[in-house]
Write a protein that binds this ligand. Structure first.
Ligand code: GRF
Length: 185
């Protein structure tokens, strides 16, 4: 049985789907939900779903203290699901090729600094793109540049608002992220 930790800073709808996906699995379980935001809704979801949670600071992430927490909890695989801090080298080195992220666009488009959440969907809209999608990739020290594991696209209508684009992307995320994680562990 592999222990998965999910790191999230926000709502955690992906985290919830991943937890449900692995409920009853003999392969892996979500052993921990960790967040750098005390009030993040993902922590409510963890509570409701009986998954242990942990809040940590940016300083603890950077010093390696948080990596020690993951080691103590015997975490085998790390999933980023809307986690907004840059991952430091100490954490990447502790989980080589064992950490995955989801980006709400078709990388390498709309990646890098500042490209998160609604900024991405607004940029897609502003460019007049006719499609967007999701990218699931391994995490390395350069944001959004790790090896791409999976991408899939969805059409963007001329009149779609950034909110509507976000909704379409979320549908893809919820459908594919749990399955791709399962294929990686
Ligand atoms: C997702 O769109 C994901 O691609 C991005 O952050 C968002 C998190 O959404 N990295 P949620 O908190 O899982 O609802």
């Amino acid at each position: 049985m592999k222990n998965i930790a999910i790191l999230a800073s926000g709502s955690g709808s992906n985290a919830e789907k991943i937890i449900s996906h692995f409920q009853g699995s003999t392969k892996a379980r979500i052993a921990l939900i960790a967040s750098n935001k005390k009030g993040a809704y993902v922590l409510e979801r963890a509570k409701k779903l009986n998954v242990p949670s942990h809040v940590f600071s940016k300083a603890e992430l950077e010093s390696g203290e948080f990596t020690e927490v993951l080691r103590d909890q015997k975490i085998d695989f790390v999933v980023l699901a809307g986690f907004l801090l840059q991952i430091p080298g100490n954490l990447i080195q502790a989980f080589p090729d064992l950490m995955v992220n989801i980006h709400p666009a078709l990388l390498p488009n709309y990646g890098g600094k500042g490209m998160y959440g609604d900024n991405v969907h607004r940029a897609v809209k502003a460019a007049g793109d006719t499609e967007t999608g999701i990218t699931i990739h391994l995490v390395n020290e350069n944001y959004d540049e790790g090896k791409i594991i999976f991408q899939t696209a969805v059409a963007v209508g001329e009149n779609d608002s950034p909110e509507q684009i976000a909704e379409k992307v979320h549908v893809l995320e919820h459908k594919y992220y749990p399955k791709i994680i399962e294929s990686l562990i």
